[in-house]
Design a protein around this ligand. Structure first.
Ligand SMILES: [Zn+2]
Length: 449
């Protein structure tokens, strides 16, 4: 048992002051009380933010695709740069890069993540001796960083719609349904001693599976989460219409058991009918505003989706920039720019920052299948502590604290971060930052030499 004392905390019942959080040995919150107990009460406690979508290795290519080529630059030209980078990566490289990404996530307030893991095989496509070698490296990185992990091994069978063969650069991702089942089986022992690990499945996208192979792999979820990229790009929507006679989100809603436990990542390009139907389905929309801006994907129809009660969470996706506050800020700012209004995603009863933060926490927790997302008894003691001494927070109370964190202070206002009651980040620094950064630095210098 441990006792943590905070000057203020945001709970499902609202803001409370001078709060004591009792943590149990298993890392959950045992009790939460305001009391006159003596002791120092400081810091502003929020639930840790789940990061529902990450490709950790892409952290290593952040900043390497920001020069316009001769052709019109797009998601598809970025993908070529990404393929060229990943071709060189060994299992050791992936572990070093993922550990760096996860330490950075924790330092900005992400306490759990869904790793949408698709780099499975050796460069020519042969399986490693352990088919889950690469998944094991991701798990090892999560263990080093201490972040909560929902591992989502990717099923990637085709290079495009209508069962097109994999391209040479995609051989490292590829599996047939049988090989994928074996990969999932091989991943389980890697997760055995990781606290609160979860395993789900991730059919990559409708362009990487066929309706038949999708139906074959869905039962492998065995109650775990199902994540899939959908409607990130307009070309993908057009190709899907041509191949399957429906738009990606429309097709999934009509042909797959989309509902609670599912996460449709991006869902950027939807009609109004798709937007409302996805909101009603109970599936989570996995929004990645920084990556979607970086890749020029487009803007998610957030006002309609949130207005219809849709569940959403946020993901750092390409990890070009890792910053929980920045994801939510950009989600709102994109809508302000589009609609030329302020507080587009706010509600009358709570501030925009609080509304977005609370919904992203709960949606992220649902997408990852984790008992997190709120400071309440029975949930994991995953806690982000803001520094009330930070200039952006000085003198603020209640919702203004959260708005000042998201819109004015950003990640520099994050003081401490706990996962399962264990303080991993103190005064803004992860306790293993030096060793993880040194290994990452050496890896990058070798890869880019
Ligand atoms: Zn992605």
């Amino acid at each position: 048992m441990g006792k943590l004392r905070f000057a203020a905390a945001l709970t499902p019942q609202g803001w409370v002051e001078n709060v004591t959080v009792e943590t149990a040995a298993d890392g959950t919150i045992a009790a939460l009380a305001t009391s006159g107990e003596s002791g120092r009460y400081d810091g502003i406690a929020l639930a840790g933010m789940p990061n529902l979508h990450s490709h950790a290795f892409q952290r290593g290519m952040a900043g390497l695709a920001e020069r316009r080529g001769t052709a019109e630059d797009s998601f598809w030209t970025w993908r070529e740069v990404m393929y060229a980078f990943l071709h060189r990566l060994t299992p050791e490289d992936v572990e070093a890069i993922a550990a760096e990404a996860y330490v950075e996530m924790l330092e900005t307030g992400f306490t759990a993540l869904g790793e949408f893991h698709y780099l499975h095989h050796a460069p020519a496509g042969a399986a490693y001796a352990d088919p889950a070698e690469m998944a094991g490296r991701v798990v090892a990185a999560a263990r080093t960083a201490g972040i909560g992990l929902t591992l989502l091994p990717v099923f990637y069978a085709h290079g495009g719609f209508a069962g097109a063969p994999l391209g040479p650069a995609q051989l490292r991702f590829g599996s047939d349904p049988e090989g994928y089942a074996a990969l999932l089986q091989a991943a389980r022992p890697h997760l055995a001693d990781l606290p609160e690990a979860r395993l789900g499945i991730a059919p990559h996208s409708l362009r990487a599976v066929t309706p038949e192979t999708l139906a074959e792999v869905l039962p492998l979820a065995a109650g775990g989460p199902v994540h899939i990229h959908a409607a990130e790009q307009e070309k993908e929507v057009a190709d899907c219409l041509a191949a399957l006679g429906a738009r990606p989100v429309e097709w999934l809603l009509n042909n797959a058991p989309v509902g609670p436990g599912w996460c449709l990542v991006h869902a950027t390009h939807m009609t109004e009918a798709e937007t409302k139907a996805l909101a009603r389905s109970g599936a989570v929309a996995g929004l990645c505003p920084v990556t979607e801006a970086n890749l020029g994907d487009g803007l998610f129809p957030a006002p309609d989706f949130l207005g219809a009660g849709g569940a959403f969470g946020i993901g750092s996706d390409s990890n070009v920039l890792i910053d929980a506050a920045e994801e939510l800020r950009l989600l709102e700012y994109g809508q302000r720019l589009r609609h030329r209004r302020r507080n587009v995603l706010g509600t009358p009863d709570r501030s925009t920052g609080r509304h977005l933060y609370e919904r992203a926490c709960l949606g992220g927790a649902a997408a990852l299948g984790r008992p997190v997302g709120a400071l309440a008894p029975g949930r994991r003691a995953d806690i982000l502590v803001l520094d009330e001494e930070h200039a952006a927070l000085a003198g603020k109370k209640g919702d203004a604290l959260l708005d000042s964190f998201l819109f004015a202070g950003g990640r520099k206002a994050v003081r401490d971060v706990y996962v399962g009651g264990d303080r991993l980040v103190e005064a803004g620094r992860h306790r293993r930052r030096d060793e993880v950064a040194a290994r990452f630095g050496a890896t990058m210098k070798r890869l880019l030499a």
